[in-house]
Design a protein around this ligand. Structure first.
Ligand code: ZN
Length: 243
């Protein structure tokens, strides 16, 4: 089986289309979304439609829940908050019901999918260090956990014999029997690791490998739509630098 794992689309339709085309090219069998379909970008409705069409599994992100008032925006920065309120006005009742119904975690074929952390999914914390990762490895049973949320692709491994947790920046990660993995697949629609190209992962169960892949997309068009929608200009500018 070949799984395509995407996260943090953030209403960026141009990025989503590029990523889906790349996944199709790679002959992916199933599509998984680790949350945050909406927020920041100008195409919430079209991104919800496309994601629902292709993904067999979709979990909730903090922006998905904030957009339907299930999460207070108190801790959102001013630009994010503006985007949440704008998004809320664009969504149909049916789209709101769909977002409200998303669960924080899902299990598929021996792997866990969660937007933030397996430890406390709805507190929306980050896994940014081996310290964070080690605590989180204790909170789930599956071999692999795919996450999003930080918008930076990141891989943590746990050697189950030696209880040693490490970080790797390799983009091709072999899946070994004696190891477990927490894999942040990066962001489709708003990468923040200084690389503006859209990020996603392919998990090939017969090859026993997870690969993190980057693709170009039409940033100009996504930026133009953000400005035309009256969303904060900073949300358009950051796409260029990937921050
Ligand atoms: Zn996000």
């Amino acid at each position: 089986m070949r799984y395509g794992i995407i996260a943090d689309i953030h209403s960026n339709l141009e990025a989503l289309q590029s990523v889906l085309a790349a996944l199709r090219e790679r002959g992916v069998d199933e599509y998984i979304c680790a949350g945050d379909i909406v927020g920041y970008g100008a195409d919430p409705g079209a991104c919800i439609k496309k994601t629902r069409e292709v993904c067999q599994v979709i979990v909730a992100g903090n922006h998905d829940h904030a957009a339907v008032d299930l999460l207070d925006t108190e801790y959102f920065n001013p630009e994010a908050k503006k985007a949440v309120l704008w998004t809320r006005r664009q969504l149909s009742e049916e789209e709101k019901t769909f977002l409200k119904g998303l669960k924080p975690t899902a299990v598929r074929d021996g792997f866990l999918v969660v937007h933030s952390t397996p430890l406390v999914p709805k507190e929306w914390n980050y896994i940014n260090s081996t310290f964070d990762a080690y605590r989180n490895f204790k909170a789930f049973e599956e071999k692999i956990c795919f996450v999003g949320h930080s918008h930076s692709p990141m891989v943590f491994t746990l050697n189950t014999r030696e209880h040693l947790c490490e970080h790797t920046s390799d983009t091709k990660v072999p899946i070994f029997d004696e190891y477990r993995y927490i894999i942040n697949v990066g962001s489709v629609g708003q990468p923040r690791d200084g690389n503006p190209r859209a990020s996603f992962a392919v998990y090939d169960t017969s090859l026993k490998q997870v690969e993190i892949i980057r693709v170009e997309y039409d940033i100009k068009s996504a930026r133009r739509k953000i400005v035309a929608a009256g969303l904060p200009e900073g949300l358009s500018l950051r796409l260029v630098a990937g921050i």
